[in-house]
Design a protein. Structure first.
Length: 391
């Protein structure tokens, strides 16, 4: 890969916690996936004394391979913090960003990555929310205006003036990244970096999507698509006290869903897949979470929703899908988009992970292999998530 210099980031009993959520028993997440040992690192001040330059994976041109470059470590401004990145998860959104797939495109050059985790290496003036050495994560939502209707009502992810990590500002595919201390996630002490990284996007996205189904403990939730997001959704749904039907086209993913606690699994390719879900759930799921990136999955999921139920969508395939207006109106079905999660959602999502209720199925790789990772992601050859070692 080219490299050049550039002068330019368990509890077993059921109980209700402070979130008002019934915590279901651990269904094996913490047993299935052994967490890697926490890395040993120098102090925050030693980081800065050691490093004037950093390695980063940079998008120089949309749709082209990323370039590994040596760049200056960014300076910390007022109200900012600098994180020494220990690990960074790779999300499909990163691939979309680097490819320029979406209508609103990022402007090269930029550094992708919005699942970066590490230590606070430096703190700017007037920062009180974090201190040097804190273990944090830098999520998709880099910052928002804080003053609009959406921000004032706890929906900062809808702010028109938000900045997105790894999209409008440089992200975590680098040894250092700047962040807003008011928008970072504080990692539970017992959660290792590799396990924490996917929670910053995949975890909080499906957790918020499940909340958006307006279901309650004891209700049936169907998760459509058991990939990098869906396998975490199964665990969050069980931890929230829901019954879960997992739907996918791959037998190995359905097997994984069952191991993670899904009450039932259904092959989406079966001619009677919709009827199977309706029989299992006694009339259809109260809530549907669609993580799949296949348009037919959306129409199928809608048909699996019971009267008065809600379909929450987080998958982003191109194009649209047919909406049977008569059925939606007659059955009072809510169809709702859900985008990532707020700061409070991230606090809760990380808490579940820290309690051992949720664990990402991931594999380790390195920053130098980012283009190969993207190739495998594009071809559907990644099982679960990929987390890159950065330090």
């Amino acid at each position: 890969m080219p490299r050049r210099r550039h002068d330019g980031a368990a509890r077993d009993r059921q109980e209700t916690d402070r979130r008002g959520i019934v915590l279901a028993p651990d269904h094996g997440a913490s047993r299935l996936f052994r967490l890697p040992e926490r890395s040993t690192t120098p102090s925050a001040r030693e980081f800065l004394h050691m490093a004037k330059m950093m390695k980063a994976a940079v998008v120089r041109e949309l749709g082209k391979p990323l370039v590994i470059e040596d760049m200056k470590v960014p300076e910390v401004g007022r109200g900012q913090i600098l994180m020494k990145v220990e690990a960074s998860g790779v999300c499909h959104t990163d691939l979309h960003a680097a490819s320029g797939d979406w209508p609103v495109k990022p402007t090269p050059p930029f550094i992708p990555g919005h699942e970066g985790v590490g230590y606070v290496a430096a703190v700017g003036a007037e920062v009180t929310a974090v201190k040097e050495g804190d273990r944090i994560g830098v999520p998709w939502l880099h910052t928002a205006c804080g003053h609009c209707e959406h921000c004032r009502t706890g929906w900062e992810t809808l702010c028109y003036d938000q900045q997105m990590t790894g999209y409008t500002v440089n992200g975590g595919f680098a040894e250092y990244v700047l962040a807003d201390p008011n928008y970072v996630g504080h990692l539970p002490d017992n959660l290792d970096f590799g396990a924490a990284a996917p929670v910053l996007c995949a975890g909080v996205t499906v957790y918020k999507g499940l909340k958006e189904t307006d279901t309650k403990p004891g209700d049936w939730v169907t998760v459509s698509g058991i990939g990098g997001l869906g396998h975490m959704a199964v665990q969050y749904a069980k931890a929230m006290g829901r019954h879960v039907v997992a739907v996918d086209v791959a037998e190995d993913k359905l097997k994984l869903a069952a191991e993670l606690g899904a009450d039932a699994t259904v092959d989406a390719r079966a001619n009677d897949a919709v009827e199977q879900v309706r029989q299992i759930t006694d009339g259809g799921a109260h809530g549907i979470l669609v993580t799949a990136v296949s348009r037919p999955a959306f129409a199928q999921a809608l048909a699996m929703t019971r009267r008065g139920g809600t379909m929450s969508m987080v998958g982003l395939p191109p194009g649209d899908f047919p909406l049977p207006i008569f059925d939606v109106v007659l059955n009072r079905i809510t169809v709702r988009g859900s985008i990532v999660g707020t700061r409070q959602d991230l606090v809760e999502a990380l808490q579940f992970a820290g309690e051992g209720k949720v664990a990402s199925h991931f594999s380790w790789d390195s920053l130098d292999n980012i283009n190969d990772i993207f190739d495998r992601m594009r071809d559907g050859r990644i099982d679960g998530r990929v987390v890159m070692r950065i330090a």
